[in-house]
Design a protein around this ligand. Structure first.
Ligand SMILES: [Zn+2]
Ligand SMILES: [Zn+2]
Length: 237
């Protein structure tokens, strides 16, 4: 049944959801409730209690800025480790046309890091943009969906036009670390800050090497803005 759902178009899987009850995105089992993930999978997620400095990769216990890297520090608030069942949930979210985990993920991130995120004084949330063609294929940008849900909880607006892609590149997941850095260089452009520089929280679904969010940060900084943190569902290696 699950295999069938994976291979059918979105409109038909919507119809199947109506006929058959939805299954947990983590384990494929039945579940009670409306949040797309069963209780067992939610407790099996390896949570990360503290942000990570994307410059030196140290864990920032109880802090939001890395004392060693200071100005170079960019804290990553990732909800959990990119491993099952969180990995399965994200893959469903990303590729199978399943959009509802955004609300669950935003509320988990908020309950874990909300107090610390609130101290950063962010004025806007900006999702990492997809290539325009890819967004059309999937019908949505999962980072943007996450940003919209988190924005409600943070009472901070989302700006999807602040940073955008300028050209098409290979998917980062298919490349090694050095290639990732080279592949992403120059891929973004940002709206100049002018008289209204923003304090930005960047959103992405998964952060691995950090090459993508660091490049986005570089471009936004050059445009006169300040990126104060990155928020993601998972951090993987
Ligand atoms: Zn489950
Ligand atoms: Zn650091």
């Amino acid at each position: 049944m699950l295999e069938l759902v994976k291979s059918v178009p979105t409109w038909l899987s919507g119809l199947l959801d109506f006929v058959y009850p939805p299954l947990c995105l983590g384990c494929g089992g039945f579940y009670d409730g409306e949040l797309s993930v069963c209780e067992q999978c939610r407790t099996a997620i390896q949570q990360l209690d503290d942000p990570i400095c994307l410059n030196c990769l140290s864990v920032l216990s109880g802090a939001t800025r890395c004392p060693v890297c200071a100005e170079l520090s960019l804290p990553l608030f990732a909800y959990g480790v990119y491993a099952p069942p969180l990995k399965d949930i994200i893959l469903q979210f990303k590729f199978k046309g399943v959009t509802n985990p955004a609300m669950l993920m935003a509320s988990l991130i908020w309950s874990q890091f909300g107090a610390r995120l609130a101290t950063l004084g962010a004025t806007v949330l900006a999702p990492i943009p997809l290539f325009p063609g890819r967004e059309n294929q999937r019908g949505y940008n999962q980072a943007a969906l996450l940003a919209k849900e988190l924005a409600i909880l943070m009472e901070t607006p989302v700006d999807e036009s602040l940073i955008f892609r300028t050209e098409k590149r290979k998917p980062q997941a298919s490349l090694r670390l050095k290639q990732r850095v080279r592949n992403i260089r120059g891929v973004f452009a940002a709206v100049p800050a002018g008289d209204s520089p923003r304090r930005i929280i960047l959103l992405d679904d998964v952060v691995t090497s950090g090459a993508t969010v660091l490049e986005a940060t570089r471009v936004l900084s050059e445009a006169g803005h300040e990126v104060v943190a990155v928020v993601s569902i998972a951090h993987g290696s």
